[in-house]
Design a protein around this ligand. Structure first.
Ligand SMILES: Nc1nc2c(c(=O)[nH]1)N[C@H]1C(S)=C(S)[C@@H](COP(=O)(O)OP(=O)(O)OC[C@H]3O[C@@H](n4cnc5c(=O)[nH]c(N)nc54)[C@H](O)[C@@H]3O)O[C@H]1N2
Ligand SMILES: Nc1nc2c(c(=O)[nH]1)N[C@H]1C(S)=C(S)[C@@H](COP(=O)(O)OP(=O)(O)OC[C@H]3O[C@@H](n4cnc5c(=O)[nH]c(N)nc54)[C@H](O)[C@@H]3O)O[C@H]1N2
Ligand code: SF4
Ligand SMILES: [Mo]
Length: 893
């Protein structure tokens, strides 16, 4: 048995944790061992969250795309790239270069991104290169550029640990950047005077460490910071020297702040918070020099997202709080390589290497560097406009790489129309079946994490290697290879003839330094001659990395020099605006959307791990109890949530965490996992005028309870066809197939036996039980003493099969007599019913936790000591604390 290990980087969130990936092999087979955190990696020092530590479970060949396919038929790379290059040639000759577009992703590697950008902007001659980062980071980018003249994240992770005031705006980091959040939790425990403020219309798991939670009116953030700016001035806490020596535009920004938020009471009213709370934030802000504002999608995904970013940055400029330890406006990135994409210029309104089309001399510089025959000369189309132009027939060929726009772009019915209209849709993915691959004419199999090899940049500008351990599955190729093959067939052989990712990285580094002379922030010139051996040994490092800073750069703007023409940072006058979509009688709710702890985006990878679906198994909508009552909706029942753009079916989660008048729906469940739960179908294509980023956090919506449904929970040894269900959701399980369903009305035992008997692979013997008191029905179908199917039905919405039943689906097991008896109960008496899993790492559930609390474990720590829950990644600690307090409250009352 030999063991091979590589140090690589987690492919999920922008924290960019280092992981050790190992494979043990003997003569006949090789097995991936569970990944561990890399102790040396400066992002995580060995910690991992549950998504990271479950990575090995998601390296599977299930549904992997392993050969190219052309119009639904398996094909060869040669044939597929022939068709692609011919079609690109044809449409660009006939209609011009803008008839082609790339739609990329913050999840491809920097090297993939670099060659795509070079091919489109330098060789095909179009800037139609946009990415899902448009839906994610675009507003943050424009905010930084307006203020600093460059897209520069000034801070690093240590700043979050050594600040005295951390303001988290529109971020649920406890679930979305868990390792970083745990670093903050640890820092706060060590330095209890450190204050944390959370600004989020919802009460989230992140509020667990908040000294103050401002549950603002959705979209009102800019007014908070506008008020902070003017109050800081009034109270005399401005850094006058910094303002005078290093900035422009303060007076007009202050005048606008005074006009927009003249006093505490008007600002508090606009934001829907109490005057006391806003005054407290203001006092803390004024008193605390070491302040970091940490912001994410609650800020960016807004029709005024850029202004919100600048409202935040204004406050930091006014107090000189950046470029020093424990200070700065910190936009946290979501995807593992959102930053790398920005660095190569992989957005339609960027050129390359942090240069824009409008930057003086940039087009000429890049043209000379690339020796480009056909340079694009102006900005291309941003994501939403790109799909609009496609529907209008202007884009004839689209190459979608590593993103699932049928789920993630707003107004998905329009996206569908655009893809149907487009003459050639090319999709590069690791999976054969996604909501987007359905619309592909050509599918290209991509190598996935564990096979890919290259670099990514995390939220603190740290470049790390993703290293491949496994050989590409089937005929999968690296994304950069696919692009280079097409480029060569388009006649650009020499410019795209790379022997490996190290050569692409070296070229990217050389471009960043080319005629730079300190004018551009992004400079990794120290790597322009990097060899393969050096690249393979590359340790995580923060850019800029130049001859004068070969160790990298921990913090930016230490010298108070900015990348504007005169070197001074800019204040931007901000007028706070509310979301475009006001609620109406017809659509009385504000619809908020976001993430859950254990799933990643459209679930194409996390959806493969059964343990990750245990935390939250079904798509849901958070509704305030008052609204639920008004609409006659009970917890866990099925609800229709709809807007002018579309509709969804979701399980109600009645909770005070969401304010009256607001709803929250997670983004993860696609048509591969549920029949009608894509929340982007409800979001109108409203964008920020400056950044083009959609307002995915604020749509108008309405609710309708689904009455008289019969709820069901099914497990089966074969995949089930559930078209006759009103609602179905597939829940990943270790064996067989598990579904939660609802039928529109009462269903009879006989009809179920008939339907599922007919769909079964073998004739079934049925065991059945009906409870006349609560109309529960339980059916188990057996063939040859092996369990084939279990159906539990109820008028109540919390019907549920069990993990034990799932474990009995294994085809090698014969049921014992006692096991047969237990099928209709759910599990034998000696098997513990854990309840819903809260701690995914140690598989600890609600029932175990409640029992332990009864037995005296009255804190999260005590629960950890008893059950181990919360003691690994810590992501469930906020929930453990909530369970403790609700159990104790219940016990009191
Ligand atoms: N588990 C998990 N982690 C992830 C991801 C994932 O899919 N799953 N995706 C990654 C990616 S790509 C990204 S971009 C990040 C996103 O990370 P986050 O931005 O932290 O995640 P979201 O849940 O999208 O939204 C954050 C919060 O914004 C709040 N919000 C809504 N409207 C407003 C508002 O008007 N003002 C304020 N202040 N807040 C508001 C929402 O209530 C929500 O709690 O997560 C990354 N990490
Ligand atoms: N309503 C609403 N919409 C949103 C958001 C929201 O908060 N609310 N958030 C937005 C944000 S911030 C983001 S980042 C997006 C994310 O949305 P998407 O980018 O659409 O979601 P993913 O599931 O990450 O899609 C990645 C795809 O790439 C495939 N893949 C994985 N690895 C590779 C690889 O190495 N190569 C290739 N070629 N393919 C690969 C996966 O199988 C998957 O199909 O959603 C956005 N949409
Ligand atoms: S916090 Fe979790 S998802 Fe994010 S990089 Fe680290 S291990 Fe991966
Ligand atoms: Mo994102």
């Amino acid at each position: 048995m030999s063991v091979t290990t590589v140090q690589t980087t987690c492919p999920y969130c922008g924290v960019g944790c280092g992981v050790n990936l190992s494979c043990s092999s003997n003569a006949t087979n090789s097995t991936i061992t569970p990944v561990t955190g890399d102790q040396q990696h400066p992002a995580n020092f060995g910690r991992l969250c549950v998504k990271g530590s479950s990575l090995a479970q998601t390296i599977t060949s299930d549904d992997r795309l392993i050969v190219p396919s052309v119009y639904g038929e398996a094909s060869t790379w040669d044939n597929a790239t022939d068709i692609i290059s011919q079609k690109i040639q044809e449409v660009t000759t006939k209609y011009g270069p803008d008839a082609f577009a790339f739609y990329l992703s913050g999840q491809i590697l920097t090297e993939d991104y670099y060659v795509a950008n070079k091919l489109a902007k330098g060789y095909i001659g179009t800037a139609n290169v946009d990415t899902n980062s448009r839906l994610c980071m675009a507003s943050a980018v424009v905010g930084y550029k307006r203020a600093f003249g460059s897209d520069t994240v000034p801070c690093n992770y240590e700043d979050l640990e050594c600040c005295d005031l951390l303001i988290m705006v529109g971020s649920n980091a406890a679930w979305t950047h868990p390792v970083l959040y745990q670093r903050i939790v640890a820092a706060k425990a060590q330095r209890p005077h450190m204050k944390v403020v959370v600004i989020d219309p919802r009460r989230t798991a992140t509020c667990d460490i908040a000294d103050l939670h401002l549950a603002i009116t959705p979209g009102s953030d800019a007014a908070i910071f506008s008020y902070l700016l003017q109050a800081t001035g009034k109270k005399g806490f401005l850094d006058q020297d910094f303002i005078a020596s290093h900035t422009d535009g303060f007076d007009s920004a202050l005048a606008q702040a005074k006009a927009s938020t003249p006093d505490l009471s008007s600002a508090a009213k606009f934001c829907g918070v109490t005057e006391d709370d806003l005054a407290l934030l203001c006092d803390w802000w004024c008193d605390t020099d070491k302040s970091v504002t940490f912001y994410s999608q609650g800020v960016n995904q807004s029709s005024s997202g850029v202004d919100k970013c600048n409202a935040i940055i204004n406050c930091h400029l006014a107090t000189g709080r950046l470029g020093k330890p424990g200070t700065g406006p910190f936009s946290i990135t979501g995807q593992p390589n959102a930053m790398g994409g920005r660095e190569v210029g992989g957005l339609a309104n960027q050129l390359a290497a942090h240069m824009d089309f409008a930057t003086l001399g940039a087009q000429d510089l890049v043209q000379r560097f690339w020796q480009a025959p056909n340079m694009a000369t102006e900005n291309g189309l941003k994501a939403v406009d790109m799909f609009q132009a496609m529907e209008e027939g202007k884009i004839k060929v689209i190459w979608i790489m590593s993103t699932n726009p049928m789920v993630s772009l707003p107004n998905t019915s329009q996206v569908k129309r655009a893809l149907e209209k487009c003459e050639l849709v090319i999709v590069s993915d690791i999976k054969a079946h996604t909501d987007t691959t359905k619309y592909a004419d050509i599918l290209l199999p991509a190598t996935g994490w564990s096979e890919k090899d290259g670099t990514v940049t995390n939220s603190e500008r740290r470049i790390s290697r993703q290293r491949g351990l496994l050989s590409p599955l089937g005929e999968a190729k690296h994304d950069w290879q696919a692009i280079c093959e097409v480029a060569k067939k388009l006649g650009h052989h020499d410019a795209f003839d790379y022997s490996g990712p190290h050569q692409i990285f070296a070229e990217h580094a050389a471009l960043s330094a080319f005629e730079n002379n300190g004018q551009r922030d992004f400079n990794i010139g120290a790597f322009q001659d990097i060899t393969k051996t050096e690249y393979d040994a590359l340790l995580p490092i923060q850019w800029p990395v130049t001859q004068s800073s070969p160790e990298g750069t921990a913090r930016m703007f230490v010298d108070k020099h900015f990348f504007t023409p005169n070197g001074r940072a800019k204040f931007i006058p901000i007028e706070p605006k509310l979301p475009v979509a006001n609620t109406t009688d017809q659509y009385p709710f504000t619809l908020n959307t976001g993430r859950v702890r254990d799933q990643w985006h459209t679930m194409t990878r996390t959806g493969d791990a059964a343990s990750l679906s245990q935390h939250i198994a079904q798509p849901y909508v958070e509704i305030h109890p008052d609204d639920a009552k008004k609409h006659d909706i009970c917890d866990k029942t099925l609800v229709k949530v709809y807007s002018a753009k579309g509709q969804t079916l979701l399980k109600a989660k009645v909770t005070e965490a969401t304010a009256p008048g607001s709803l929250f729906v997670p983004i993860h469940w696609t048509q591969q996992f549920a029949n009608a739960s894509i929340v982007s179908a409800l979001i109108p294509p409203v964008v920020d005028a400056l950044s083009g980023q959609p307002e995915s956090k604020h749509a108008r919506a309405a609710l309708e309870p689904i009455k008289n449904a019969t709820y069901g929970s099914l497990i089966s040894d074969t995949q089930l066809q559930l078209d006759d269900c009103l609602y179905w959701c597939k829940v990943t399980s270790d064996y067989g197939h598990r579904y939660e369903v609802a039928w529109p009305e009462t269903v009879s035992i006989e009809s179920l036996k008939q339907t599922f008997g007919a769909r079964s692979s073998a004739p079934l013997q049925w065991l059945e039980y009906t409870n006349p008191f609560n109309s529960q029905i339980r059916l188990a179908g057996i063939h040859d003493n092996q369990l084939k199917i279990v159906i539990y039905l109820s008028e109540a919405p919390d019907v549920s099969t069990t993990d034990w039943l799932v474990s009995k689906l294994s085809p090698t097991q014969s049921l014992s007599d006692s096991e047969r008896m237990a099928l209709l109960v759910g599990q034998p008496v000696d098997v513990e019913d854990k309840g819903e899993i809260v701690c995914s790492c140690y598989q600890v559930g609600t029932k175990q936790i409640s029992q332990a609390i009864k037995e005296g474990a009255k804190t999260a720590e005590a629960l950890g000591a008893k059950l181990k829950c919360g003691t690994n990644c810590g992501s469930c600690l906020p929930e453990l604390k909530a369970i403790v307090s609700s159990n104790l409250e219940e016990a009191k009352s």
